[in-house]
Design a protein around this ligand. Structure first.
Ligand SMILES: Nc1ncnc2c1ncn2[C@@H]1O[C@H](COP(=O)(O)OP(=O)(O)OP(=O)(O)O)[C@@H](O)[C@H]1O
Length: 559
């Protein structure tokens, strides 16, 4: 309706002028009243449509973001997340999701409105000479083509600079954020970061400058063509009015319509261009929704066996960069066993855990859980049976209770369950000291309390213990703990590991003695396997690691 307003207004003004010329005063007054009414309705429609647009756009933006989050859940493996292009895609989508769905709605409304205006003016002008509006339309075709092309180029440039955009954001976050604030200040990295920011900025700015100047040069000629069409139509209108063929009102109508049509066609093309660009965002979006990780659920998953054993059968693995990091690894863990995994940095311990959790699939060989190939089980079901503390554990800006409870979101957050997990992780005294106990908000993001490194680690242990898991994986669980806390944790180890399989990765060999068995990895190969005593007797890799560590303590003792 808004789109039809200009044509109706022009028509009313024609009737008014003709009424004035022929002296029909009552008709003129009535027309003016209709015109005023039209204006009032226009304002009302405008406000109403803005409210509607705002509401629809806001919901649409939330919907797109929720769809992206749902897609993230479907990416079960880490392979896709490690592709560089994937991060650029995510960056483009995250940036775009803030405004593009909203813009799409606004643009759609605007484009449609302009189209209605153009069509209404066409109807208005057609009785005078049909070629006139058609010439105006045809005259703008080159401009329309150039605009659509430029919008596409603009979008491609935007997408291609997303890596740079990520880098710029990264440098500025390093300089302004709290995560690296200490090192950045100690090493006084500000100048260095500003320099790198400047270099990256120039790179991406150069590209956008090129696109903008292209915009100038490519649209000048089409604009002149469209102006020429307007010129011809104008000349005709003036000529016919001089010849006295048209009434004064009709001349006014033709002139106003041409001016309005020119503006509306340009508005329509511009808006169509943006609509096209926004639709390219959705192209990107749908492509992202179709992307898939190599780790997928089988069509007919087998149920995860009760109290399963774990078998690695000649497992080899290479990360997406192609470097082989596990070679022919085979071992067997019975349900309920506590197994320690040791080896030097980079030996492949964490990689083995990632395969066991199916963040990746082996390159060769297979992993059996209770006799079933891991690839035959539903990923979510298998993972729901595992509790883990990773080397890089989460520090969530949630309350203490939530930080523990997310270890098993399905389980009710009862005080009893929370306390059991917290006490086994040695977290009880920490929580007692917090201002609101379990309800204390943690993390700096929303103004919560911060914890020390070791306290965060205890919280991560409590989170892992909150889940009643069949398999507990502890990757360096005591790295940040003080000797007393570490001692206490291993004191409660029997309670922690009771009734389930436990896989412990640690460099502190004193703490692996309690394991039923120790697996020794070296450069991606399983080189030894046995109890502490058996491995010492072998006088191999474990023996040399052990004696190295033990001799350090002995030396320190002597000193
Ligand atoms: N995402 C990855 N992409 C490529 N290579 C990786 C990746 N993660 C680990 N690696 C490489 O795989 C090898 C094994 O790494 P892994 O983290 O499994 O060792 P680790 O035994 O757990 O070492 P640490 O004792 O230092 O924790 C290393 O050489 C490492 O550089």
């Amino acid at each position: 309706m808004q789109g039809a307003v200009p044509a109706v207004a022009i028509y009313i003004s024609k009737l008014t002028i003709d009424g004035l010329v022929s002296g029909e005063q009552t008709r003129v007054v009535a027309l003016v009243l209709v015109w005023i009414l039209g204006q009032v309705l226009g304002v009302l429609f405008g406000t109403l449509s803005q409210i509607l647009q705002g509401n629809v756009a806001e919901r649409f933006t939330a919907y797109i973001n929720l769809q992206l989050m749902q897609k993230a859940e479907e990416i079960r493996g880490l392979d896709l997340l490690e592709q560089k292009g994937f991060h650029d895609d995510v960056k483009t989508l995250q940036e775009g999701a803030k405004s593009r769905p909203l813009n799409l709605v606004v643009n759609m409304v605007f484009t449609f409105r302009e189209l209605v205006t153009v069509l209404a003016l066409l109807v208005l002008l057609a009785p005078y000479a049909l070629w006139m509006p058609l010439l105006l339309l045809v005259g703008t075709v080159p401009l329309a083509r150039a605009t659509l092309h430029l919008r596409e180029v603009g979008w491609r440039a935007l997408v291609s600079r997303s890596e740079n955009a990520r880098a710029l954001e990264y440098y500025s976050r390093l300089a302004l954020g709290i995560d690296h604030a200490q090192e950045v200040r100690l090493y006084n990295l500000f100048g260095w970061l500003r320099k790198r920011y400047g270099e990256r900025f120039e790179e991406s700015h150069r590209l956008m400058r090129k696109v903008r100047s292209m915009e100038m040069s490519r649209t000048v000629l089409p604009m002149l063509v469209s102006l020429a069409a307007v010129g011809v139509v104008f000349a005709w209108a003036v000529n016919t009015s001089i010849a006295g063929v048209l009434t004064v009102g009709s001349v006014a109508l033709v002139v106003q319509s041409i001016i309005q049509m020119q503006t509306s066609i340009q508005g329509f093309i511009e808006s169509l261009g943006y609509l096209f660009e926004r639709s390219l965002f959705f192209d990107h979006y749908f492509r992202f929704l179709r992307a898939s990780s190599k780790v997928n659920n089988p069509a007919h998953p087998l149920p995860v066996p009760y109290r399963p054993s774990i078998v690695f059968e000649k497992v080899s693995f290479a990360y997406p960069d192609g470097r082989k990091v596990l070679h022919d690894v085979s071992f067997h863990i019975r349900y309920g066993e506590t197994v320690a995994l040791v080896g030097e940095n980079g030996a492949g311990k964490s990689t083995l855990v990632k395969l066991l959790l199916r963040f990746y699939d082996p390159l060769e060989g297979r992993i059996l859980v209770g006799g079933s190939d891991l690839r035959e089980l539903r990923v979510e079901e298998w993972r729901s049976r595992v509790g883990a503390i990773f080397q890089t554990y989460g520090r969530y800006a949630f309350s203490v209770a939530q930080n523990i409870g997310i270890g098993d979101p399905e389980r009710p957050l009862t005080q009893e369950a929370l306390e059991a997990a917290a006490s086994n992780a040695g977290l009880g005294p920490v929580i007692d000291r917090l201002p609101s106990g379990y309800d204390t908000l943690l993390g700096k993001e929303f103004g919560g309390t911060d914890l020390s490194g070791g306290e965060w680690q205890k919280l991560a242990i409590a989170r892992a213990l909150f889940r009643k898991a069949d398999l507990l994986i502890l990757d360096e669980p005591s790295a940040a703990l003080d000797p007393r806390s570490e001692h206490e944790m291993f004191q409660s180890f029997a309670a922690i590991s009771k009734g389930r399989t436990t896989l412990l990765i640690t460099h502190r060999l004193a703490s692996v003695q309690m394991a039923d068995r120790i697996l020794v990895l070296k450069e991606g190969r399983l080189v030894e396997c046995g109890t502490h005593q058996e491995l010492l007797a072998m006088r191999g890799e474990y023996f040399s690691l052990w004696t190295l560590q033990a001799s350090k303590y002995a030396e320190a003792g002597k000193a």
